[in-house]
Design a protein around this ligand. Structure first.
Ligand code: OSB
Ligand code: MG
Length: 371
């Protein structure tokens, strides 16, 4: 495929409820949507860099700059046979995985359409629906948290993740565990602890959690290794894993026993699949993380999560958990269950490429700037 045009849209999407983590609270979600045209086809990709550098050093504006001044010039006018050729093309740009992943996703979308195959098929995924959960932000009090979690459980979510930070960790998790003794529960600290302050997390080990996500700094595999040795509960890395090499070293070092795979964080779907393959071969469970994506990024996450090694439920919730109005015509929802409201799964799109269609009017409504 010859890449003829690439357009960028800086979007700001109002969230249905504020989302608070150890690095801050947001009411809106920024992203950069990438539209690539090739051979008469149009593909979309989502760059999940947010307005502020809280989760990652990248922001929507650094991603805009890297895309406009480096990644687009490296791609435009090129004959690209397969999306896997993109990473080597931009290898000269150090870092900025979120920007790279956004453009790579648009190439996968175009490529899938040209081949008449869904992203799930192209990736090698073998499931038609995937197990999902919901990531619940910090709430005003443990009581409010239990109430919020209860609302999601009532909707049919079978796995809940709660955000924690110093002072809002053991008490919050114990309150949820007391209210829901059998719930599949996990916590995410987004790097809010050090090896010494993480000593306060010891009681979490008695709550039967699925995992403890990213307690320590993103650039600190070694202290995660030390901390993992002190816990029976598996540690899971998110921010620390930016590449296949990081994943291999973290596993070999015993820095974690589970990996959260986000294509965005590892520069794209090709690298995400390589990390999946490594973990699958070494029997390390993986699950698909999320970044409050629009319907575009959500479609990509669903396709990735259909790979066989994704044995834990992903942070891929229904559209209505995030947005009143989305930018795709497709809205994702939980499948009904046999004995419960839902079996906590979402169907993977089946149409060629990402399998979603962008609603141009909605796109326009949320666009702050375009190029
Ligand atoms: O750490 O997993 C995270 C959202 C934005 C940035 C980082 C994270 C998250 C989430 C939400 O936890 C996952 C989702 O529902 O998309
Ligand atoms: Mg996380």
């Amino acid at each position: 495929m010859k890449i003829e045009h690439i357009h960028l849209y800086h979007l700001r999407m109002p969230l249905r409820s504020p989302f608070e983590t150890s690095f801050g609270r947001i009411h809106d979600r920024d992203c950069v949507l990438i539209e690539a045209r090739a051979d008469g086809l149009t593909g979309f990709g989502e760059c999940t860099a947010d307005r502020d550098p809280g989760y990652s050093y990248e922001t929507s504006l650094t991603a805009w700059h890297i895309l406009k001044d480096y990644l687009i010039p490296a791609t435009l006018g090129r004959e690209i046979a397969r999306p896997e050729e993109f990473a080597p093309l931009v290898a000269g740009v150090r870092g900025h995985p979120l920007a790279k992943a956004g453009l790579e996703m648009a190439l996968w979308d175009v490529y899938g359409q040209a081949e008449g195959r869904s992203l799930r098929e192209l990736m090698g995924g073998d499931r038609e629906s995937v197990a999902v959960g919901v990531s619940v932000g910090l709430q005003a009090s443990p009581e409010k948290l239990v109430e919020t979690v209860g609302g999601y459980v009532a909707q049919g979510y079978g796995r809940i993740k709660i955000k924690i930070k110093p002072g809002r960790d053991v008490g919050d998790a114990q309150a949820v565990r007391r209210a829901f003794p059998d719930l599949r529960l996990q916590v995410d600290a987004n790097s809010a602890y050090t090896l010494s302050t993480a000593a306060a997390l010891r009681p979490l080990d008695d709550l039967g959690l699925l995992l403890i996500e990213q307690p320590l700094a993103e650039d600190d595999l070694w202290d995660h290794h030390t901390l993992q040795a002190q816990f029976r509960t598996p540690l899971c890395l998110d921010e620390s894993i930016l590449s296949l090499r990081h994943a291999r070293q973290a596993v070999e070092m015993g820095a974690c026993r589970v990996i959260n795979i986000k294509a965005a964080r590892v520069s794209g779907l090709s690298e995400a699949r390589a990390i999946h393959d490594l973990c699958h071969a070494r029997r390390i469970p993986v699950w698909c993380g999320g970044m409050l994506e629009t319907g575009v990024g959500r479609a990509s996450n669903l396709a990735l999560a259909a790979l066989p090694g994704f044995t834990l439920p992903g942070d891929i919730s229904a559209t209505d958990r995030y947005y009143e109005q989305d930018i795709t015509y497709e809205r994702f929802s939980l499948n009904p269950g046999r004995n419960r409201v839902s079996d906590s799964t979402i169907d993977v799109p089946t149409a060629p490429g990402l399998g979603v269609t962008v609603d141009r009017a909605a796109l326009k409504r949320f666009t702050l700037a375009s190029l």
